[in-house]
Write a protein of this length. Structure first.
Length: 106
């Protein structure tokens, strides 16, 4: 048998996950936030970071198939269709996350 260890399991830390959710809810409101998505079985490089530093891996939604075709499948799929409206929302989220995080570290 030739066993090769692959990617570690990605584990979000509770404190950082709650923080990320709270910022998203502040920006978008509770109706536009999925607080817990479906578990995914794919591998992710970010898991290596989370083994060293507490954090949270999250997904910024791309919509669903009923909202104009976006979100019908995940990235790395030939049918993936990026929703350009996410650029503004995603940028606003990361900016607000940094604004809320940095004062807490001072």
């Amino acid at each position: 048998m030739d066993y090769q260890r692959g990617y570690p399991v990605l584990v979000n830390r509770p404190h950082e996950t709650d923080f990320a959710r709270d910022v998203a809810e502040e920006l978008l409101g509770p109706d536009r936030l999925t607080r817990q998505g479906k578990a995914l079985t794919g591998s992710e490089d970010f898991a290596f970071f989370l083994e060293q530093v507490p954090g949270c891996y999250l997904l910024i939604g791309n919509g669903d198939a009923e909202s104009g075709g976006h979100g019908a499948c995940m990235v790395h799929n030939p049918g993936y269709d990026f929703n350009d409206d996410n650029v503004a929302i995603g940028s606003a989220y990361w900016a607000l996350l940094v604004q809320r995080f940095l004062p807490a570290q001072a």
